[in-house]
Design a protein. Structure first.
Length: 128
């Protein structure tokens, strides 16, 4: 629990929980087992606890069961690693002139035109 001074005079108790917790299911990143995490949360008086292993949800079911056994509400999450073409660039490079969706359409050469007898033009549907 966290004591907060909401009005400056009377302290109130606000619930607190950790929202970034890793277990041994984060490979090479943490060592505690999910049962140990749940037991420690209950011993510390936490009502909720999150499990946010890196790039894995392998421990979600075991974590939920362990939390239920000790009366702690589980919060399931995951820390996801996302990489683009350049890991140092936060966004993909912007292209001022993106390629045309269809190469034949570049410059209008492949577009149907009523003046050239395409789509609804005079050149369609005639019999000779």
């Amino acid at each position: 629990m966290v004591i907060a001074f909401t009005d400056g005079i009377i302290p109130t108790i606000m619930p607190f929980t950790h929202l970034e917790v890793h277990s041994h299911f984060t490979l090479l990143g943490a060592t505690p087992a999910v049962a140990d995490l749940a037991a420690r949360a209950a011993a510390d008086g936490l009502s909720h606890l999150a499990l946010t292993d890196s790039n894995a949800l392998y421990g979600a079911v075991a974590f939920a069961r362990a939390c239920r056994e000790v009366g702690v509400q589980p919060i399931i999450g995951m820390t996801v690693t996302v990489e683009g073409p350049d890991p140092l660039a936060p966004f993909p490079a912007w292209e001022p002139n993106p390629p045309a969706p269809f190469p034949a359409w570049e410059g209008g050469a492949g577009l149907p035109s009523p003046r050239r007898g395409g789509v609804g033009g005079r050149g369609q549907g005639r019999r000779t």
